[in-house]
Design a binder for this molecule. Structure first.
Ligand SMILES: CSC[C@@H](O)[C@@H](O)C(=O)COP(=O)(O)O
Ligand SMILES: [Zn+2]
Length: 213
């Protein structure tokens, strides 16, 4: 357990509250069922608040949100942070303006990610709502959302996503096959908007597949 660094307790409390509120909203939408999903919010340049592993995301309390450093080491906590902590820390390390990362397990993200052939991305194009993502200012923009194969080897997946992010720093998120969505934003509100936009766009894609089948 790292206890070398100090963080501002007031900033931790604000970050934890934003995570608690996000969990209530995302669970309420059915996008974080059972104990799935994990959420984080930046405290400062070296620390983030992140959900403790295995907690119910619709009923989070402050003790369900702990602090880790940007290598994923716990800071002043004996709890185990999310099993997927490294998938969060790579985003904060690669993108210094990011203030929040959300991982959800919706039915649409789970099903659609299984329908995309291996090695292919989900290409979003022609949707007005793509403009919910920063840098995408027209429905004509093409947004390639990668689908990484699911694995229980999180360090390997973290390395894969880190390499992809280094090549694609403007991308708003990615899917993990049969698993769910990761997305991020400069603030928790931005990040929640991205989850909502993804859910809408994934539903459109599934509907298009149904109609065109
Ligand atoms: C309840 S199964 C889902 C987990 O395996 C995992 O994918 C997940 O999203 C939550 O893991 P957690 O360790 O609670 O952050
Ligand atoms: Zn998960």
């Amino acid at each position: 357990m790292t206890d070398l660094s100090r963080f501002d307790v007031t900033r931790y409390a604000a970050a934890a509250q934003s995570i608690i509120d996000a969990g209530r909203l995302l669970y309420g939408q059915g996008w974080s069922p059972a104990t799935s999903s994990n959420y984080s919010a930046r405290i400062d340049a070296e620390h983030l608040a992140i959900t403790v592993s295995g907690r119910h995301k619709g009923r989070l309390r402050q003790e369900d949100v702990m602090v880790v450093d940007l290598d994923g080491n716990p800071v002043q906590s004996h709890c185990r942070s999310s099993a997927e902590t490294l998938l969060h820390t790579v985003v904060y390390r690669q993108l210094p303006t990011v203030g929040a990362v959300l991982h959800t397990h919706s039915v649409k993200a789970t099903v659609l990610s299984r329908l995309i052939p291996a090695g292919q991305a989900l290409t979003l194009q022609g949707y007005e709502l793509q403009k919910a993502f920063p840098g995408y200012d027209s429905h004509d923009c093409s947004l390639d959302i990668p689908v990484f194969d699911n694995t229980q080897e999180i360090p390997a997946l973290a390395a894969e996503t880190e390499a992809w992010l280094a090549r694609n720093p403007g991308q708003p998120g990615y899917l993990i096959r049969g698993h769910g969505l990761y997305t991020w934003g400069d603030t928790m509100d931005d990040c929640l908007r991205h989850v909502e936009a993804f859910e809408f766009l994934l539903e459109c894609e599934l509907e298009m597949m149904r109609v065109l089948r």
